[in-house]
Design a protein around this ligand. Structure first.
Ligand code: XIL
Length: 345
């Protein structure tokens, strides 16, 4: 069975981050279509990709990925609307006033949410808003708009596309600690103020040997707020040389993450960051010593990690006497309000 079908029996959507370059490779396309029920554009919806030159938006790459998802009956996770990274130079070096930056951000958020309304099912509205010590990350958005830039962005997105599920997405927040606490405090305070936040996404870029004990506990703490949660970016990188023992350890980590997510009813999705090792982001930039982080090898052959994920997704629906039972798709927010009150700002 495909990973996608196995995950569906748990009501879990299983995603992959895709690039338009990858989609030109037949085997990549095939795996992206058959193994996954959700798609995240790895870069195509980032501001520097969409509007490298001011006033000229290039939609072709993002649209191609959106079209691919629609053709294959997949959910589309929009990523990201507000981030401090991968911004166009004209923006970061433009010396704009705070009021101008607020207008630029609002236009960006509403333009994207309007274009993909009805197509994008969930948006990472704000990416990486918390520092390691739990305080708000000092980004140009924070400097210009103050800490309320997050509330503003969620409110703008919800006003344009009320059907989309709106997420804050963060890294290094898998275990208890100042960062996870800062993220939890942020989510709680947004909900207290009736700001439309539906979920929290957890990036999960792991190093071989890094364990995820307590991930389910962390996810549950956010679920207790009434939020859905998702593992939005899973990868497990390693140093060369690649050995069977390392691949087995990697497989165990993939399996553990799946099990932690499955243990939490509010965990609605799990997305792997890349299809095969050949096209992964890991060997780029500061992680260049590392590699081999995905489910498929350089030739798109399944690695032990792929089989471990399949087993983790399969095992939980087999009863003691060996009969398969269909898990009810009960994943989602525990107490989703029917409608958020309109917030005018
Ligand atoms: C990465 C992409 O995978 C790379 O291709 C790009 O060069 C840099 O960004 N957290 C995120 C993702 O939220 O958007 C990042 O994606 C990986 C870390």
């Amino acid at each position: 069975m495909t990973l996608r079908d196995l995950a569906a029996r748990h009501g879990l959507s299983l995603g992959a981050a895709l690039t338009e370059r990858g989609l030109a490779v037949p085997r990549y396309r095939e795996l992206a279509a058959t193994e996954f029920s959700s798609v995240t554009p790895e870069n195509a919806m980032k501001w520097d990709h969409l509007e490298r030159d001011r006033h000229t938006r290039t939609w072709a790459r993002a649209d191609a990925i959106a079209r691919f998802a629609a053709q294959h009956g997949q959910e589309l996770r929009g990523h990201p609307l507000v981030w401090h990274d991968q911004l166009p130079h004209w923006l970061t070096e433009g010396h704009f006033t705070p009021a101008e930056l607020a207008t630029l951000l609002r236009t960006h958020v509403t333009t994207l949410t309007r274009r993909y309304a009805g197509t994008v099912t969930a948006w990472d509205v704000v990416n990486e808003p918390i520092e390691d010590d739990g305080s708000p990350r000092r980004t140009l958005w924070h400097e210009a708009l103050g800490p309320d830039y997050i509330a503003h962005a969620l409110t703008w997105a919800h006003a344009t596309d009320p059907a989309a599920r709106l997420y804050v997405n963060e890294f290094n927040a898998l275990a208890e600690g100042p960062k996870a606490k800062g993220l939890h405090d942020l989510a709680a305070s947004l909900l207290d103020r009736s700001i439309p936040l539906h979920g929290v996404g957890f990036q999960c870029h792991l190093l071989l040997g890094q364990e995820v004990p307590g991930l389910a506990r962390t996810l549950n703490r956010f679920a207790d707020l009434g939020l859905e949660v998702a593992v939005t970016e899973l990868s497990v990188r390693m140093l060369p040389p690649v050995t069977p023992a390392k691949l087995a350890a990697q497989a165990a980590t993939y399996r553990a993450v799946v099990e932690e997510c499955l243990a939490v009813p509010a965990c609605t999705g799990l997305t792997v960051w890349g299809i095969g090792d050949a096209d992964s982001w890991v060997p780029q930039g500061s992680r260049s010593r590392y590699g081999t982080p995905t489910l498929y090898d350089d030739a798109y052959r399944p690695k032990p990690a792929r089989e471990a994920m399949a087993r983790a997704l399969g095992a939980a629906v087999v009863t003691a006497c060996g009969r398969q039972v269909r898990a009810l798709p009960i994943r989602g927010r525990a107490d989703a309000p029917a409608e958020y009150p309109a917030v005018s700002r």
